[in-house]
Every structure is written in C-alpha cells, then in structure tokens.
Design a protein around this ligand. Sequence first.
Ligand code: COA
Length: 260
Amino acid sequence: MSYQNILSEFNDGITYITINRPNKLNALNKDTINELNQAFKVADKDKNTKVIIVTGSGDKAFVAGADISEFADFDVENGGKLAAKGQELLFDFVENLSTPVIAAVNGFALGGGLELAMACHFRVASDNAKMGLPEVSLGVIPGYGGTQRLPQLVGKGRAMELVMTAGMIDANQALTYGLVNHVTTQDELMPLCEKIAGKIMRNSSVAIKGAIKAINANYKDGVNGFEVEIKQFGKCFGTEDFTEGTTAFLEKRKADFPGK
Ligand code: COA
C-alpha cells in the first residue's frame, strides 16, 4: 500500500509506522489521520506483525500536534466533528488494537502528537523529546483524548498544571511523571523499542490481546474491569497458545506459540 504522509514498513515481526511530514514537524492533518487509520488496520490484521512501533520522521519531532492550518477557520459544529472523527479513526482506534503499539517519541510530541503517544499502549522517549498539550494557548482544549488520558497516566494535578500552563516537559520529567516508560539517547531509541518488542514477541499474542482488553476496561465508563478480566482469563483456556504454554513449561522447554 502506498501512502503520501506516512511510511509503513515490516521487518522481523514489527511493523514500523512513521509519520512523514518532517517539514511540518509531522503535524497531523486529515489525510495523515486517514492514512494512519489504514496502516494501523492493515498491521493489526497481519498475522506476522507482533508489535507495531510508531514514530516521527526526522530528528526533531514525533508529532507537533494537529495541523493548525486545517482547523483555524472551523465553527462549533466542525470543531466537534474534528475531535469525534479523529478519536474514532486514530486515538481510540489505536488504544483498542489487539497488537501492542509502542510510541517511539523522538522529539516534540505536542497536542495531538502527545495524544497519539498516549493512545499507544506505552511510550519510550529519546532524550531530546519535549511533551505537552499547548492547546489552551491557541484558545482550544485538547480534543483527541488528552484531557482523559493525561490524568490517567500522570495524575489529575500534574495534568491540570500541564494543560493550564500549556507547558512542555522534557523526557526526564516525563519519565518521573510516568508518562514514558524509558528515556534513551536518540541513537538508542529504536534499538530499545525493538528489544522490548522482542520480549513481547516471545509471549502468546492471544493472551496479550486479552490482557490489552482487560487493562483498557479499567478506563472505560460503565465497564467493570474485573468482570472483563474474568471473561478474558476464561477464554484463554480454550486457546492453543494456552495448551502450548503450559505444556512447554511442564516439559521444561521454551514455548512456541501458534498465536491461536
Ligand atoms: N500545525 C501545522 N504546522 C505546524 C505545526 C502544527 N501543529 N507545528 C509545526 N508546524 C509547522 C510550522 O508552521 C513550520 O512550517 P513552515 O516552515 O511552513 O512555516 C514548520 O512546521 C516548522 O515549525 P517551526 O515552528 O518553524 O519550528 P520551531 O523549531 O521554531 O518550533 C515548535 C517548534 C514545535 C515549538 C512549534 O512548531 C510549535 O509551537 N508548533 C505548534 C505546537 C502546537 O501548538 N501544537 C498543538 C496543536 S493543537
């Protein structure tokens, strides 16, 4: 599949999705969001893709936000639609994928960029990364899930301060906040993501899918996460991966999961 605004490449169990508008610091316009939706959908359906890594092209930005030039003249109705469509196509979509998604945050992750990183299952940052939700400096609020996911990750008080000040934090502050799991040099960012992906790939993809569902359930309104966990736990017992995993343990060998 060919894209104008992103790159999607597969290697050794990993699909790499790169937002590729470096001249605009990889800002998310409508076309980029549509292409990302397509690329994530394809990667999630691909049996060979065990992990997806998303990053930005160039060495300056992951994503510097939603493309401001596209919504500067929007009215109330169009503003609401922009947020709803974006969440449906990209942010909620990524969060609920069955395949693990790692954000490799390689520079500015601002506004929609940080919101995309937060929709991923977890984040690794390079030491030049800068993160923030500066929307109130433009007269809007974060609209791609930022007001919900930031407090989930860093706590309410820190989220309130970051949003109200429209400030940016560096990678080490983000690590202290729990917003990113690891900080590394720019050169080591992708190797570290690949190392973590390698550990994930050794495990049952079916069980991981159930675990993502159960963990996400804790953050959904009106859903009892403990009940979702019980259901997903039970389902595992009907899978070939469960048979292989437990048999391999008892036979003192490494499991070779069929992913079914
Ligand atoms: N939307 C549209 N274009 C953007 C963009 C965005 N969110 N962020 C950066 N760009 C564009 C700039 O307009 C510029 O384009 P141009 O060369 O055609 O003028 C190009 O990317 C480079 O950005 P520039 O501002 O020159 O780089 P910088 O190093 O001086 O500053 C930032 C970097 C990230 C601090 C600055 O680009 C910025 O504040 N961006 C907006 C961040 C934001 O508010 N995001 C939330 C949006 S809801």
